[in-house]
Design a protein around this ligand. Structure first.
Ligand SMILES: Nc1ncnc2c1ncn2[C@@H]1O[C@H](COP(=O)(O)OP(=O)(O)O)[C@@H](O)[C@H]1O
Ligand SMILES: [Mg+2]
Length: 265
C-alpha cells in the first residue's frame, strides 16, 4: 500500500479535484486505487457519482465501531471511494477528539482494508494544519502539495514544508514531497512569472507540467463525475494524465529501501 497525502496551506486550490482525478488516472493505469476523504466537507465522493444526501463514511463508521470497508463504494473509473460521512456538530467534536488522542488511528484503520503492496491510497485533507492533515502526513509515503501560481500560495509554501517536516519526513517509509501547480492560466503574465520562481525554488519536486484552468473541471463536478470521464479529450484530462504518470515515477523511483535511504541523505 502506497499512501499519497494531498495537502495545501490554502483552501480552494484544487486538492479534492486533484485527489479525485489523479485517482481516476492511476486506476486507468491499472492500479487499484482507494480515495479516502479526510475533509469534513465530505465533497470527494461527489466526483464519483455519490448521492448528495448519503451520510455514510469513515467518521460515522469510526464512531459506531463498524468497519471502514462497509462505508466504501465503487465509484466511477473503478476507483474505490471512502467518504468522510456526515456528522452532527456534537459527533464531529467527538470524532476529532477521538482521533486527536490516538495518533495511530489512520494507519490502523487503513490496515483493515486488506490492500496489497502496490495498491494506492490517496488521502484528501482540509487546508492548513488540522488533525486530519497531520493524520494523513503521519502515514503518507508521499506528500502532494497543491499550489496556485500566485503570491499567496508562494508565501504559504514554508508553512506546509514545516508540517511535512514535522509529521511525514522523520519516518523511514516517507519517500518525498511533490508540488503541483493548479488552475494555471498561461495568458496571465503573473502566472508565468510565479511558475518560473517556483521551478527555481522547488526543482525536481515540482511537476514539470501544470494543471491548466479548464472549465471542464467545475463542469464535471456539476455532473457528479471526474474530468476524465466527462471530457476525455480536454486540456485538464491531458494534464491529469501527465501528472499521474509523473507521480507514479516519483513513487516508484523510491521503491527500494536503498533508494529511500538515499532520498533522505
Ligand atoms: N484546473 C481547474 N480548472 C478550473 N477549475 C478548477 C480547477 N481545479 C479546481 N477547480 C475548481 O476550483 C474549486 C476548488 O477546488 P477544490 O478541489 O474543491 O479545492 P480544495 O479541495 O483545495 O478546497 C472547485 O470549484 C473546482 O471545480
Ligand atoms: Mg477540498
Amino acid at each position: 500500500m502506497k499512501v499519497i497525502a494531498v495537502v495545501s496551506a490554502k483552501g480552494g486550490v484544487g486538492k479534492t479535484t486533484l485527489a479525485a482525478n489523479l485517482a481516476s488516472v492511476l486506476a486507468k493505469m491499472g492500479r487499484r486505487v482507494v480515495v479516502v476523504d479526510l475533509d469534513p466537507q465530505n465533497a470527494l465522493r461527489l466526483h464519483f457519482g455519490a448521492r448528495l444526501d448519503s451520510i455514510d463514511g469513515l467518521s460515522r463508521a469510526t464512531l459506531a465501531g463498524t468497519s471502514w470497508r462497509a462505508a466504501m463504494f465503487d465509484g466511477i473509473d473503478s476507483v474505490t471511494v471512502l467518504p468522510y460521512g456526515a456528522l452532527t456538530e456534537d459527533d464531529s467534536r467527538r470524532f476529532e477528539g477521538l482521533i486527536e488522542r490516538e495518533p495511530r488511528w489512520l494507519g490502523a484503520s487503513l490496515a483493515t482494508l486488506g490492500l496489497d503492496r502496490d495498491d494506492i491510497v490517496i488521502v484528501d485533507t482540509p487546508p492548513g494544519s488540522s488533525v486530519y492533515a497531520r493524520g494523513a502526513l503521519s502515514v503518507a509515503h508521499f506528500a502532494l502539495n497543491v499550489v496556485l501560481a500566485d503570491a499567496a500560495s508562494y508565501a504559504a509554501i514554508p508553512l506546509m514544508e514545516r508540517m511535512i517536516d514535522a509529521y511525514a519526513a522523520p519516518r523511514a517509509g516517507f519517500v518525498g514531497t511533490g508540488y503541483v501547480v493548479n488552475q494555471v492560466d498561461q495568458s496571465r503574465q503573473l502566472a508565468k512569472d510565479v511558475l518560473k520562481v517556483l521551478r527555481t525554488m522547488l526543482g525536481e519536486r515540482l511537476f514539470p507540467g501544470v494543471i491548466h484552468l479548464d472549465q471542464g473541471v467545475p463542469e464535471s463536478l456539476a455532473c457528479d463525475t471526474t474530468v476524465l470521464h466527462y471530457d476525455p479529450l480536454s486540456q485538464a484530462t491531458n494534464d491529469f494524465r501527465a501528472c499521474g504518470a509523473w507521480l507514479m515515477s516519483r513513487l516508484d523511483a523510491f521503491d527500494t529501501p536503498a533508494a529511500a535511504s538515499r532520498s533522505h541523505a
